[in-house]
Unconditional design. Structure first.
Ligand code: NAD
Length: 532
């Protein structure tokens, strides 16, 4: 199918439309796919096709890699100072701030996320993240190391890695987290002299990328520094992971795909790999906790982005002495959260991102029922169009037909009476499905929490300071939240243990992912006797 160079997208509930380029972004130009491939963007709240944009083939990926290599050898990797890099990154942040509402509207149309949450949360966080790494751009320093106090010393220099392929889960970048995606593509790597080739795929993240690429060009980045090449399915990711001229890949997605990326990297040129993978994060409520607050955080933990969140607190363990009281509070939280069309300002969550994800989540709900878990809340489908994962008796319709969706109170399926071997307890669902169990002792809670191959996030609530220290030490996760959940900060590292990933994003720790330390041994006096 041949595409026009740009497309005009009407914004619901207004007279406005947003014009976007449809091409791949390579060498600061929007170009069609060499093989004419295209991807459709579908609105998950209505199941309507919004538009089509170009999709990269392997040849397009190679062109993007060549553009990045050329920029690395000429402009960005060579002649652009840290001060200038910081200026450009800050400029991009300024442009995103200028267009924050529009970015949020595109994001919402593309993946269902409420405009309010995208604008005030993810996009605001992305802007903050860019500014944070702009601050690092001229502060990358090595060390001077004394190796002999008279005739020798050593220096370290932090070299750029080179061409970096950034691959994100489409769910991640489309539905939930412009933030993480922007961190990956527009944050890390750019603060230093690395170039990026961003690949995302298939389900929907497209519109936001087209807009961000326009802003990259407007900010004045040299050609080839940032290239964006969305692709169908595994085409782009597989091509980047196995490309002999890519020096590093950063992947955000499932553990299954992460394994394939690592294998492709090993078989090609042993490129550096960092992986942000899946999770099945435990959330523990101890009897000393402020139960009202704990219920807020537990509900946020599973309902944020409708559970399409790598750190979703999808296994909840509640101390038996407060279980009944806590569950009443939790169900109340779920009932009063509005899940609606993204342009409904009251909405805290929207539909799930795609048909595939919709079917997947419902399969898990059915599996929970058939394996004998007790449905405490939710578990029935809506009848209207859209990829809704809906509650049952507790929903209160608040019809907004002009928005294309009905708007109802919270979507969550809450299962009690679970056992550790059930699929809904072991496997990542990436939807608003919460498995809940009781425990009696702290030891039991820790054992249950750690009984998983994942290790991304974990959270617990307690007002006993000694218990807080003991439990935060014992939980096997890259991030542990105490008396809160799902809070990230640009200054604090984030990443997985066990099969949830390799490497760290955010904070100064992430600098290591995009630099390569070179040691220089310097002799300024010692003579070598011969023969030695
Ligand atoms: P996924 O692994 O199924 O797909 C991600 C992307 O990988 C695809 O869109 C595709 O572009 C690419 N891909 C597919 N096959 C490939 C291959 N063989 N080689 C190279 N690339 C390939 O993930 P998903 O279901 O789209 O996303 C959800 C997953 O992402 C969940 O597991 C979630 O926990 C995880 N996630 C992790 C983090 C984190 O920071 N740890 C953040 C967000 C999402």
């Amino acid at each position: 199918m041949s595409l026009s160079a740009s497309v005009s997208i009407p914004v619901p509930g207004s007279n406005k439309s947003i014009s976007l380029p449809t091409g791949l972004f390579i060498n600061n130009e929007f170009v069609p796919s060499v093989d004419g491939l295209t991807i459709q963007s579908v609105n998950p709240a209505t199941e309507e096709v919004i538009c089509s944009v170009s999709a990269a083939s392997e040849k397009d990926i190679s062109a993007a890699v060549a553009a990045a290599r050329s920029a690395f050898k000429t402009t960005w990797g060579k002649n652009v100072t840290g001060v200038e890099r910081a200026r450009l990154i800050n400029k991009l942040a300024d442009l995103m701030e200028r267009d924050q509402q529009e970015l949020a509207e595109l994001e919402s149309l593309d993946n269902g996320k409420p405009v309010r949450i995208a604008r005030d949360g993810d996009i605001a966080d992305s802007i903050g993240c860019l500014r944070y790494y702009a601050g690092w751009a001229d502060k990358i320093v090595g060390q001077t190391i004394e190796v002999d106090n008279k005739t020798k010393l050593a220096l370290t220099r932090h070299d750029p890695i080179g061409v970096c392929g950034q691959m994100y889960s489409p769910l991640e970048l489309s539905y939930p987290d412009v933030g993480m995606e922007s961190r990956a593509c527009f944050g890390h790597g750019m603060y230093y002299r690395d170039e990026t080739v961003g690949n995302n795929s298939t389900v929907c993240p497209i519109l936001l990328h087209q807009k961000l690429s326009e802003l990259v060009k407007e900010a004045g980045f040299p050609a080839g520094v940032i290239n964006t090449v969305p692709s169908l399915g595994s085409i782009g990711g597989a091509a980047l992971a196995s490309h002999p001229d890519v020096d590093k890949v950063a992947f955000t997605g499932s553990t299954v795909t992460g394994r394939k990326i690592m294998e492709a990297a090993a078989k090609s040129n042993l490129k550096k790999v960092s992986l942000e993978l899946g999770g099945k994060s435990p959330h523990i409520i101890f009897e000393s906790a402020d139960l009202e607050q704990a219920a807020n955080w537990a509900a946020l933990g599973i309902l944020y982005n409708n559970g399409q969140d790598c750190t979703a607190g999808s296994r909840l363990y509640v101390q038996d002495t407060v279980y009944d009281k806590f569950m009443v509070l939790l169900v109340e939280k779920a009932k009063t959260l509005v899940v609606s069309h993204g342009f409904d300002e009251r909405a805290s969550a929207g539909p799930v991102v795609s048909k595939t994800q919709y079917e997947r989540v419902w399969n898990y709900i059915e599996s929970g029922k058939s394996e004998g878990a007790k449905v405490v809340f939710g578990g029935e489908k809506r009848k209207e169009r859209g990829y809704w994962v809906d509650p049952t008796s507790s929903s209160i319709p608040i019809s907004r037909p002009e928005m294309g969706g009905s708007g109802r109170d919270a979507d969550m399926s809450l299962f009690g009476g679970i056992t550790p071997t059930m699929k809904i307890v072991k496997e990542e669902i990436f939807g608003p499905v919460l498995a809940v169990a009781k425990f009696s002792t702290e030891e039991e809670a820790i054992a249950l929490a750690n009984e998983t191959s994942y290790g991304l996030g974990a959270g617990f609530h307690s007002n006993d300071a000694n218990q807080c220290m003991r439990v935060s030490s014992a939980l096997e996760a890259g991030t542990v939240w105490v008396n809160q959940y799902n809070i990230l900060n640009n200054n604090v590292p984030f990443g997985g243990k066990k099969q949830s990933g390799i490497g760290r994003e955010l904070g100064s720790y992430a600098l290591e992912e995009y630099t390569s330390v070179k040691a220089i041994h310097w002799n300024f006096g010692e003579k070598l006797d011969w023969p030695f």
